[in-house]
Design a protein around this ligand. Sequence first.
Ligand code: SF4
Length: 307
Amino acid sequence: MEIRFKTFSNYLKEIFKERVFRVTVDAGFTCPNRDGTKGIQGCIYCYSGSEYNPEKRQKGIREQIEEGIERARKRYKADKFLVYFQAYTNTYAPIEKLKKIYDEIKNFPEVVGIIVGTRPDAVSYEVLKLINSYTENYLVWIEYGLESPHFKSLQWMNRGHGFSDFLNAFNLTRKFPSINICVHIILGLPVETREEMLETADILAALKIDGVKIHPLHVIKGTPLEKLYLNYPFSLMKEEEYVDLVVDFIERLHPDTVVQRITGEAPSELLIAPSWCSQNSKNRLINRIRERFIERDTYQGKNCKFC
Ligand code: SF4
């Protein structure tokens, strides 16, 4: 099927001339929104800092990379990999410790890039300088959990930071032009109107962000969001509503932004709602969004205000 937006896999293929796979690593970090620095409850939707496999944490970083590479080699016959430091806040440690952790990638000649996931209020010039040092030999992305630029939404999610923290992190990161910036966005927050959600796309277009990961709000067992949802039920998006919203959202992005994700999903045993956000529905949802672009005969950037 023809794809009407810039996917991460196509972007990687353009650079490396072959398919490249992500190997996710849990390096044992914590998070300022959990250790008491910013808060102790964490974000309203957070389940184990986005890592569904708690056993991973018990293993060493090198072992996790080895196993991830091995799995992807067998499954996809892959030869090139990006190491994705995903769980919790992957810049939240002293520089020497961070360097030791990131340097693990140097043990693997088949690793061609590094992705560091973090919060916008957990970076500094020094940390970014360290991350930038990898750009000489690796493709480097930093992922900021922004989730929404709207303050009421950040408060509702208990993110513990404002949009200004993100803008500060963005400006600091732009001092290192070889670091690519991706942001995570959640659509379907009950405190946002559809127009506000689309304004988020306009803001990302105005910033000419390098990449975006779009997730639908979903409720996972054991999170504060589960309690809220069960005690005070609020409406979650329907699948077709989300599909059209994502198409509208991508239409308003800059055409050069890499759309790295258009779904968010959880294992069915952990998912409370909506059911279309289960891991089993992921491929169906991706295909539905791709089809919708074709049905509407539209494409990324069609309604970009800042192009
Ligand atoms: S910043 Fe990330 S790890 Fe920390 S509480 Fe929020 S979602 Fe969880």
